[in-house]
Design a protein around this ligand. Structure first.
Ligand SMILES: Nc1ncnc2c1ncn2[C@@H]1O[C@H](COP(=O)(O)OP(=O)(O)O)[C@@H](O)[C@H]1O
Ligand SMILES: [Mg+2]
Length: 355
């Protein structure tokens, strides 16, 4: 292939615009497949002033002024077209007369980098989102630690202090046990027993809050029935749990995935309580393509997902929790029509180490 043919083949396959400007900024030529999205704003730009054509693109005008002042450089500029904004990375190369040394023209090569720019912006957005999620995870952990510390200090601390008090009393009196009224001894021991039972209950509650024991004892659907019962008690909103999962299918779900499903449903129910104004909510579990499908549907006021404020991390956190384990989350909602949160989680690999 001749080099001219090769050049035009290359120019045809990459989104580039090659143009020439005269010293006043009039376009002398403009060609290349990168022109396609620009055609709707300027079908034939030759003979027209770049300052008139790009009056709405300040970045282009600034760059052209620099080039017409004799500077060679690369600049990024955004241009709006009826089909959306395009980003160009343009190399400006001024030419000068060999005798006069004056600028004769500027050659520009503009590469359409819109796709790359969109990917970059997407990456920037994702990083910001990840930081926000990490921040939330951090503050949730801190809140959890504060709560555990408070419970330990207030509940358990008090009970154990009282137990020590009783134990000391009994020790003091042990030397003269025969002097001790058996009625008093019995009452003290009974108190001792009650306090020990309370301490034990406190420890159980603490552990239960850290990790829901129902999940290990009752399996996912059983644990969700417990959650539903407590939700009904707390909110007065009817909550039914229906499962067509067989016990053997449920047993295939590895612990991390069951915990993720449990937490996501908890969060979905928290949203129903906080935002939905619903009279009933249903949690349905079934066998999915690769694992378990769960759908949480409420008959509340719904919402417009695209209008959710950007600081709201609940739904994003739920989605990320599902994704971590190879699952997916979908939200179908519109104002006035309730909300449906769909969760799919694979069964998981039982031989993989638990995290
Ligand atoms: N079940 C629901 N019914 C009505 N609105 C909901 C429901 N779930 C979520 N939303 C809306 O979506 C928004 C984002 O939810 P979320 O990400 O959990 O953040 P947050 O609960 O902190 O506001 C809520 O503020 C609410 O407007
Ligand atoms: Mg929420």
């Amino acid at each position: 292939m001749a080099s001219g043919g090769l050049l035009s083949a290359v120019a045809g396959s990459i989104p580039v615009v090659v143009f020439e400007l005269d010293p006043a900024g009039v376009i002398l030529s403009s060609t290349g497949s990168g022109r396609a999205p620009l055609r709707s704003r300027e079908s034939n730009p030759v003979g027209r002033s770049v300052f008139a054509l790009y009056a709405d693109a300040p970045e282009v005008l600034t760059a052209v002024r620099r080039a017409l002042a004799g500077e060679a450089f690369v600049a990024t500029s955004r241009v709006s077209t009826p089909s959306g904004e395009r980003t160009f990375e343009t190399t400006y190369e001024p030419s000068f007369g060999s005798l006069s040394g004056e600028l004769t023209r500027v050659i520009g090569v503009a590469l359409d980098v819109t796709v790359r720019e969109q990917a970059r912006l997407e990456a920037v957005r994702s990083i910001a989102l990840l930081r926000a999620l990490a921040g939330r995870a951090q503050s949730e952990r801190e809140a959890e630690r504060t709560r555990v510390a408070r419970d330990l200090h207030d509940d358990l601390g008090q009970v154990l202090t009282a137990l020590r008090f009783d134990a000391r009393y009994l020790r003091r009196r042990a030397g003269g046990l025969d002097l001790l009224d058996p009625g008093i001894l019995d009452r003290r021991l009974e108190e001792f027993d009650t306090l020990a039972a309370r301490a034990l209950q406190n420890v159980r509650d603490l552990a239960a809050n850290l990790r829901p024991p129902e999940l290990d004892e009752l399996g996912l659907s059983g644990a969700l029935r417990e959650v539903a019962r407590r939700f009904e008690e707390r909110t007065g909103v009817a909550c039914e749990v229906e499962s067509t999962l067989s016990c053997s299918a449920e047993a295939l779900l590895v612990a991390d995935h069951a915990t993720a499903a449990f937490r996501i449903v908890q969060e979905a129910l928290t949203n129903v309580a906080q935002h939905a104004d619903a009279s009933s909510v249903a949690v349905r579990l079934s066998r999915g393509r690769k694992g378990v499908d769960i759908v949480v549907t409420d008959d509340g006021k719904g919402f417009e997902p695209e209008k959710v404020r950007c600081g709201a991390l609940g739904l994003i956190g739920m989605t990320e929790r599902a994704r971590v384990w190879g699952g997916e989350l979908s939200v179908i909602a519109s104002s006035g029509w309730g909300t449906r949160v769909g969760i799919s989680l694979p069964f998981g690999d039982p031989s993989a180490p638990s995290q």
